[in-house]
Design a protein around this ligand. Structure first.
Ligand code: HEC
Length: 84
């Protein structure tokens, strides 16, 4: 999980960098509890939707593979399971 985020997102959204006002991705726990992750309906998490649509990462060179997109959704679902 962290591997996908660190390879494809941290550069712009972690460790003090917050492009578009969105940062702190290195803190998975905080991320899971942010408004970008919807633990009630994982599929509607903004974090997942912008990844799935190809909106993020912005450069086509960094495009997520379908496995990576799936990994993100599975992580959100696993987080959702912890609050059930
Ligand atoms: C090269 C820099 C860059 C990378 C890499 C990048 N982003 Fe972004 N991100 C941006 C910028 C710039 C914005 C704000 C402008 C916009 O919404 O297009 C943004 C905005 C966002 C937002 C907020 C959208 C909103 O509507 O407020 C989310 C969520 C997000 N990115 C997720 C991700 C995820 C997940 C990844 C990795 C898969 C990622 N980003 C990779 C630059 C980046």
């Amino acid at each position: 999980m962290t591997r996908v985020f660190s390879a494809k997102c941290f550069r712009c959204h972690a460790n003090g960098v917050s492009k578009g006002g969105f940062g702190g991705m290195h803190d998975l726990e905080a991320m899971a509890n942010s408004k970008f992750v919807d633990l009630e309906t994982p599929d509607f998490s903004e974090l997942y939707m912008v990844s799935e649509s190809g909106e993020m990462p912005p450069s086509s060179r960094d495009r997520l593979t379908s496995e990576e997109v799936q990994t993100i959704l599975e992580w959100i679902r696993a987080e959702a399971d912890t609050i059930k």
